[in-house]
Design a protein around this ligand. Structure first.
Ligand SMILES: Cc1cc2nc3c(=O)[nH]c(=O)nc-3n(C[C@H](O)[C@H](O)[C@H](O)COP(=O)(O)OP(=O)(O)OC[C@H]3O[C@@H](n4cnc5c(N)ncnc54)[C@H](O)[C@@H]3O)c2cc1C
Ligand code: FES
Length: 365
């Protein structure tokens, strides 16, 4: 009994101390105004100290890729910090190699701004900005994927390269006390500069996707920033292989629209993996692409079709089906988008069948 009282008291004291530390950091530590000196003085900004470097940069309109929303898991928010900032944090280390550590590359979602800092921001990130849109429609693509169509305000436009992604803001609601950001691949025809289309799959208990599925509705305001990413088509004339599953369909809708708009003559074979017929999406859109372009072939593959699916198409894993359709992978390029498991298996199958690793591009999520 005495033991349990002692352990309980110790836990309570530690808890109280932790809360006091948080309160002290929040209210007593006044870091004042800190200067951010960007690209050797090309730009200087003043920010309120205390926020993360990622948050501080956002507050002055500079958006750094941060697909995990600042959780320290995506490793995308890397910037070179040549002066200021605490020593390397344990949460940063797994994302940085020895050269990056030597060159003072940091994860800017992990660093807090407590003093003046000097940093380097790649020029292309200066073109990324925030957009305030309106939900034009939110429709079911299947039982767990929705298409979210966002209209930009009259007169506003966004230029994307097919394959890029944007980050949408989930405002604070009962599951999150703070707004959070999540990345979604853009599914829009790049000629349509006034809309953003996304395919969003529900992640059970996920903060952003629960908000989209249970709270967001037509006419709501929505904040986004971007576009980000280099998962884009090369300009070679090699035949193309697309492999996707689930909401990994999104970037290929944009890429196929681009191939159609520009009449790009490259042959495209697109394998879309799903478990059963109920998991397939965008079949009509795919049929329209195939009808408009003889060089496009869409191959849906079901790994576990249900008896009443009456499925006469390809059955099996994408990685197996692909080998029958594309015997000479060595001369092709592959673009993969979907779950880490599907992407890793596809890379292994492609390289084992002669495709060089440098011919494979992917977005994993
Ligand atoms: C570059 C990029 C592009 C992306 N594009 C798309 C897209 O087009 N469509 C889309 O639906 N998603 C896309 N994602 C994933 C998306 O950003 C979110 O991670 C996902 O929607 C979950 O967010 P959440 O806030 O609902 O879940 P969270 O609250 O972040 O996660 C809840 C829990 O689910 C787990 N989890 C997170 N993501 C997944 C997942 N995908 N599957 C299973 N478990 C998960 C987490 O580990 C956590 O335990 C993309 C991600 C990246 C990095
Ligand atoms: S935002 Fe993902 S690691 Fe920093």
């Amino acid at each position: 009994m005495t033991f349990f009282i002692a352990v309980g008291s110790l836990c309570a004291i530690c808890g109280i101390l932790a809360i006091l530390l948080v309160i002290a950091d929040r209210y007593l530590n006044d870091y004042g105004i800190c200067k951010l000196i960007i690209n050797r003085g090309a730009r200087e900004e003043e920010v309120e100290g205390g926020d993360t470097l990622l948050g501080s940069l956002n507050s002055i309109g500079l958006f750094i890729p941060s697909a995990c929303g600042g959780q320290g898991s995506c490793g995308l928010c890397k910037l070179k910090v040549s002066a200021g900032g605490p020593p390397l944090l344990p949460t940063e280390e797994p994302h940085l190699d020895a050269t990056e550590i030597k060159e003072n590359v940091r994860l800017c979602c992990q660093l807090k701004v407590h003093e003046d800092m000097e940093l380097e921001i790649p020029e292309e990130l200066f073109n990324i900005r925030e957009y305030k849109g309106t939900v034009e429609s939110l429709t079911d693509l299947n039982h767990d994927i929705k298409r979210l169509r966002i209209a930009l305000p009259a007169g506003d436009e966004i230029d994307i390269i097919p394959g890029q992604y944007i980050q949408i803001e989930t405002p604070k609601y009962k599951k999150t006390p703070e707004p959070i950001y999540r990345a979604y691949s853009i599914a829009t025809d790049p000629l349509d500069k006034t809309h953003i289309d996304l395919c969003i799959r529900l992640v059970p208990d996920g903060l952003c996707t629960t908000y989209v599925f249970e709270h967001l509705k037509e006419g709501d305001a929505i904040t986004l920033n971007g576009p980000y990413g280099d998962f884009v088509l090369s300009d070679t004339d090699k035949d193309i292989l697309f492999i996707a599953g689930g909401s990994g369909m999104a970037p290929f809708l944009s890429m196929l629209a681009h191939i159609k708009n520009e009449k790009i003559p490259r042959n495209v074979t697109y394998f879309f993996g799903a478990r059963a017929k109920r998991d397939l999406i965008c079949l009509e859109q795919m049929a329209a692409f195939e009808a408009a372009m003889p060089n496009i072939k869409f191959v849906p593959c079901l790994s576990e079709p249900m008896p009443d699916d009456n499925w006469c198409g390809e059955t099996g894993l994408v990685t197996d089906v692909m080998k029958h359709h594309c015997p000479d992978l060595a001369q092709m390029e592959a673009y993969l988008c979907g779950s880490p498991g599907m992407i890793d298996a596809s890379i292994a199958a492609l390289t084992a069948n002669g495709m060089p690793e440098e011919a494979i591009a992917y977005d994993k999520f």
